[in-house]
Design a binder for this molecule. Sequence first.
Ligand code: H53
Length: 778
Amino acid sequence: MQALAHSVRDRLIERWHDTHQYFKKKDPKRIYFLSLEFLMGRSLTNSVTNLGIQDQYADALTQLGFDYEVLAEQEGDAALGNGGLARFAACQMDSLATLDYPAWGYGLRYQYGLFRQIIVDGFQHEQPDFWLNFGNPWEIERVHVSYPVKFYGTVEEEVLNGKKCKIWIPGESVEAVAYDNPIPGYGTRNAINLRLWAAKPSDQYDMESYTTGDYINAIVNRQKAETISNVLYPDDRSYQGKELRLKQQYFFVSASLQDIMRRFKDLHRSFDEFPEKVALQINDTHPSISIAEVMRVLVDEEHLDWSKAWDIACRIFSVTIHAVQPEGLEKIPVDLLGSVLPRHLEIIYEINYRLVEELKKSFGQDYDKLSRMSIIEEGAVKSIRMANLSLACCHTVNGVSRVHLETLKTRVFKDYYELWPQKFQCKTNGVTQRRWIVVSNPSLCSIISKWLGTEAWIRNVDLISGLREYAKDPDLHTEWKNMKRVNKMRLAEYIETLTSVKVSLDAMFNVQIKRIHEYKRQLLNMLGIIHRYDCIKNMDESDKRRVVPRVCIIGGKAAPGYEVAKKIIKLCHAVADKVNNDPDVGDLLKVVFIPDYNVSVAELVIPGSDLSQHLSTAGHEASGTGCMKFLMNGCLLLATADGSAVEIAEEIGAENMFLFGAKVDEVPALREKGTTLKGSLQFARVVRMVRDGYFGFKDYFKSLCDTVEDGGDFYLLGYDFASYLEAQAAADRTFVDQEKWTQMSILSTAGSGKFSSDRTIEEYAQQSWGIEPCKCPF
Ligand code: H53
């Protein structure tokens, strides 16, 4: 595997090198994509596919007595991210490369990626993912590309050419060393760079300690520096103002900006041209400190006037917000920021002062509004609102689906939207068909190419709609069903190896794989399964014959400190234990929890699924990208009208999916009803079964049951339960009619074109970044 990877890497490096020479020669405007997380998954299969050398490699390996697929399976995932946001960043890199955009990704090279989930007696345990144990053949260490990143210290005033200026005297310096990861495009020679920074001790400050004789402490401090890039935070929604996290953010932002500015200065003398050559994309609010850093460099180091520097900053930055709730937006306590980055705090205060002065011109003395819009949040813990810093500066604020943008405009950033409506744009997420069809479902890939008579859809996915014409063709149906069966067989073998549960290929494979969150409502899924089980238990043999057999597959990680989510995982296992061993049920129902869900598990599970579930309470899922992967793979969707599912319904027709539940605009009123809102009797019954210990662990599950009863049902499981069961029943009825099901499946794939990240990237390039393709000649 290592040898194979190094051989492929040689091909990659040639292209990556040529692409960068070409970019250097042409000097186009470049997009720099800053993200604290990238969930790349495996590289081998993706690289070999994008380079177009799979057949040659497979043949060569056969001659050497190896099997390409077996070797490919050996590769571990690069899991430098938590979930949707991070995987979306990875899809965007693939599209940027394929569409020949002059792009760079910048992030952190964590030594420990997302934890590995192991299940012991049905409980989640976390194990460290030391993914670099055997080295990473895909990266190139650039020992000579390194920058010092400073922290702490004080700010002093100095007079320079008769003008007062501030200078930051830092107290600590850490070296950022570049590790380059080539990202090949498909059907092009272009390969772009994902540059990840690792922290290494800097020699600068140590000398003093050595000479004062504090040898041991000097060494210990050197080692401490490396901890900055040690570990990825495993919780993707709540940030508790931790010093290490702030240091991680500033570390990668500072190194990236030094790199970007060095590249710019190699060819340009004046920062006036900076916005013509540089676009900076902030992926969620995590890299927002880059705004203060650009201001610091331009004002303190390049000695530009404040207003000139601010004008430049406002022209280069755009941001994408992924959160739906204001609580999901990062805040940093003022005391913490002031201690770690004292000069940046001053700069943020200055930005805020000028912002509030400007706001007063529009809103007068409306202090409530001013305080909501301020970058500084007063309160028990005075904090910096990183989202407001981004809103104040960025020329574009992107939402990730139409529903999400509406939420941003009408709730989360209402005041800002009223002031600057032109900044707000919708860029519905997408996923790359290269990984999610070509690599993970080669049989489907061949079918699509055969029926369209071309492989051009792999670069131009709009062509995939051409399948609609054949949606009723019996020959296509036969091929389609065979493809699905082979994929199900592969998945069934995987399930049996992992869990010892044998599943029937005739059953409907019904899947929910994603991070475990209350709003994603895996609990609703479980309660639905319990209801189904309960019904089967109460049936006579003739009724049982009419039941559509189901394999219910669930997978996902819970953040280590998220108790409710961990209880949901335990409930999955407790129900699985009972159901899978009940002779009354047999093949009619099986429940399987797939441990350690990650990108490569998704690549196996998605092509083998019949039905996928996207159950978020309406208004809570910003977009969702899992649903797009299932859609591409011809898997039917059972979903609430939330996030991108609304747009999917428009593309494929609502009649080709199973929609249910309260709508976004109904949710607030339903919540108001609070305790008066009772779930159905069926709902009460299944919750009672859990409460009464039917699946064991009575005391442990009590608090879980409390979350959905006694008026505390914030995510409206009780309210949506009846329509959820109805949607499930509709799926059963359709599954019995295999011709209809297959037709809907084909129409799903045919309607998935809009949800390619290629479309998303084109929109970003044209509407936000103002960049043009720069195609390296072959
Ligand atoms: O970002 C995805 C969306 C998804 C949303 C997710 C996300 C995270 O993964 C982490 C934090 C956060 O605020 C949002 O939940 O709906 O598809 C990519 O945009």
